[in-house]
Ligand binder design. Sequence first.
Ligand code: DNO
Length: 392
Amino acid sequence: MRESWRWFGPDDPVSLDDVRQAGAREVVTALHQVPIGEAWTVAEVEERKRIIESGPRSRLDWTVVESIPIPDDVKRTGGVATRSIAAWIASLEALAACGIRIVCYNFMPVVDWCRTDLEWELPNGARAMRFDLARFAAFELHILQRPGAERDFDAATRARAKAVYEAMTEDDVAALVTNIASALPGSTTEPLTIPAFRDKLAAYRDVDAAVLRRHLVEFLQAVTPRAEALGVTLTLHPDDPPRPLFGLPRVASSGDDYAALFDAVPSPANGMCYCTGSLGAGPANDLPAIARRFGPRIAFAHLRATRREADGSFYESDHLDGEVDMVAVLKVLLAEDRARTADRKIVFRSDHGHRMLDDLRPTKRTNPGYTAIGRLRGLAELRGVIRALEAG
Ligand code: DNO
């Protein structure tokens, strides 16, 4: 499998030399500066490619885009959002013209990946990201004040949420709103104020899971023929977390969700971003079984783990010490990878690392989950497992 590293571009506090020294050979990035819905141009792609691939240091190649955002009107209205879909296809064409042929995306409505805490202290002093159900419920019930939200939480959770909220200072409330609504690194949805959040949710009042799934199928039916002709593989990233949020449906949370999409749109361009952390946060998801079931459609993999709690809360664990049986997962991925031709090998990246060691210095700027040292530890551990499995 091919080792890659997510890089957010020239303003990423992690440098390309850091990526080289971590041992990755390929870069995963996106033109985060281009507004959602605007077509990427060949010139913009070439400029980013030049920054990554030129220079006197050891070579890196930009091989994966994570992600081209799916504009809100495509999620809300499906195939009739023809202007947005045409712009999305134009971005694919610009990327293919520059030789980049794996494109990650997601179909999470209103909010991309969601956490309540970005610096949750672990017993060893490192900081992790966390989704805390009581704090999430406090946001929904007492800050967003979403009509009907009380139906989504049991009485015990509502009571805990009330206690959490009543203990919060104004700064605590502001921090929780920022964590949930202001778009985490790499997020493909717009940062939201609370009024804007309410407006967005109102616009989705008629979008249930069946409708959202239909919109995703219509989007894939519109873009996969062109992707196939360009030799581009689209990889759908799972919902993170893999459960409905804010009363909104999510339709990429389980193996059966993916099976429905692959049945509806069998194009070889319709692929999967196999994210063990996102899928692993769902207790019903059997990660090795999902990898076996969809192996041929996995072009890109995010490898990380979480530790789940009984109420649905979870935090990001060390890569080998979460609920994910990473050795079993890697055995399946390596077997799939061995069966592939050189041009179709699986690209993986070490996902979300803790903020630890020198990255904890108060003056150090880091992106939540995208620290250098935490991801380096993860990549080193994953590489060790891979080498041992390959030698076995
Ligand atoms: C979070 C990432 C997501 C992912 C997008 C894919 O760390 O997994 O931001 O990049 O959801 O489109």
